[in-house]
Design a protein around this ligand. Structure first.
Ligand SMILES: *Cc1c(COP(=O)(O)O)cnc(C)c1O
Length: 382
């Protein structure tokens, strides 16, 4: 029997934050017996979401990963193809490439936004064009609530007529020159997983300016049923639609998106002010092309100046019952993607080595933020 130490409540990295209105929508779905299939909340959620991000068409799906899978199919990706993708990301950006028997090629980040480096992409496409082995698609990821530099990325792709898919799973609510990232490429994908800026407990959205694309993706996501009274199929389908109950949660969440962005930006401002004087600690920059939602506040820790390294800080926070996470481990460093080609990768490696994501939930209290700050300050130059 050890001594029981009273632990303070756990502070999570990015927990769900309900608005209180979700129940009303869910109750409506239950009381009308519309728990399945699809239903009016799904249609309304798609409509409302499309308006929010400024895209003509939207398709609610069971996850962001499913949305990316469908987007890649619509881009024509198949066995033996190559797809260029940001190396600094979550595995879900890459796995659907492999579902299709295609091969990912990882592209390094630039230091300003931490997203795909447009110059590297351009150089790689030019080189591949000369060699006659252009990729079938490009997936750009918008990390931690901030858009990549989309104009040069989209131009590089357009130059060679390569479809651009945007993984905007982490970037709902952010802007790029006034637009929503996710609406610039051929298709964009968002996630409503439990840790994202709004959640349906699990789910995603595919958007596109192409009505044909979204209609076909809708068919594939619904077991690829051809129009007929019996079950008729002329292609392989998936069970990727969102349920009417979850869409109800999504509608309530969408209404508070703006508040959630403001709350996360306030967290960032709090951290920035409270930690600004610490040598060797810096924040993910906000690039000049748009608004960062600060879905996660990420810091870089230079051990020589700060006194200890990223991992020591993470463990110190854990001892205080505070959850933090290293910045994504680049995909080119992952055992499963060991044999995949890559275009550089040093920037992403350095961001992984030094980067830490701090608790960033929109429901953090000032005393939570204070606890995190105190714990970090105790690590500095100790
Ligand atoms: C969360 C996430 C996804 C996957 O979304 P799910 O809804 O969890 O399938 C894809 N890409 C990135 C960058 C993500 O953060």
């Amino acid at each position: 029997m050890g001594v029981t130490v009273a632990r303070r409540p756990r502070i999570y990295l990015s927990p769900p934050h309900l608005s209180g209105e979700e129940e009303k929508y869910v109750r409506e779905a239950l009381s009308t017996n519309w728990v399945a299939p699809l239903g009016p909340h799904v249609d309304a959620f798609e409509r409302e979401f499309a308006i929010t991000v400024g895209s003509p068409y939207a398709l609610a799906v069971s996850s962001g990963t499913a949305g990316l899978h469908l987007a890649l199919i619509e881009a024509g990706v198949g066995p033996g193809d190559e797809v260029l993708v940001s190396t600094l990301t979550f595995a879900a950006s890459v796995n659907p490439i492999c579902y299709l028997g295609a091969r990912p090629v990882f592209v390094d980040s630039e230091p300003l936004s931490w997203n795909m480096d447009p110059d590297l992409l351009q150089e790689e496409l030019d080189k591949r064009a000369r060699e006659g082995r252009l990729p079938k698609a490009v997936i750009v990821v918008h990390l931690y609530g901030q858009s990549a530099d989309l104009d040069p990325i989209a131009a590089a792709c357009a130059n060679y007529e390569i479809p651009l898919i945007e993984d905007a799973a982490e970037a709902l609510g952010s802007t790029y020159k006034g637009r929503s990232p996710g609406t610039v490429g051929l298709a964009g994908v968002y996630s409503f997983n439990g840790n994202k800026i709004i959640t349906t407990s699990g789910g995603g959205m595919l958007v596109s300016a192409s009505e044909v694309l979204v209609q076909h993706a809708r068919k594939l996501a619904t077991q690829a049923r051809d129009p007929a009274p019996h079950y008729e199929h002329s292609e392989i389908g998936y069970n990727y639609r969102m349920s009417n109950i979850l869409a109800g949660i999504g509608r309530a969440q969408l209404r508070v998106l703006h508040d959630r962005v403001q709350a996360r930006r306030r967290n960032f401002e709090y951290y920035r002010r409270a930690l600004a004087d610490l040598a060797g600690l810096s924040f993910q920059p906000e690039a000049p092309w748009g608004q960062h939602t600060r879905w996660l506040t990420c810091v870089l820790i230079e051990p020589d100046e700060f006194g200890v390294d990223r991992e020591t800080v993470r463990q110190a926070l854990e001892l205080e019952n505070i959850e933090s996470r290293p910045v994504w481990k680049p995909m080119h460093m992952q055992p499963v993607f060991r044999d995949c080609p890559r275009v550089r990768g040093e920037v992403a490696e350095s961001l992984f080595r030094h980067g830490l994501c701090l608790p960033s939930g929109s429901n953090l209290t000032e005393s939570d933020l204070c606890r995190v700050v105190d714990a970090i300050r105790r690590c500095a130059r100790r």
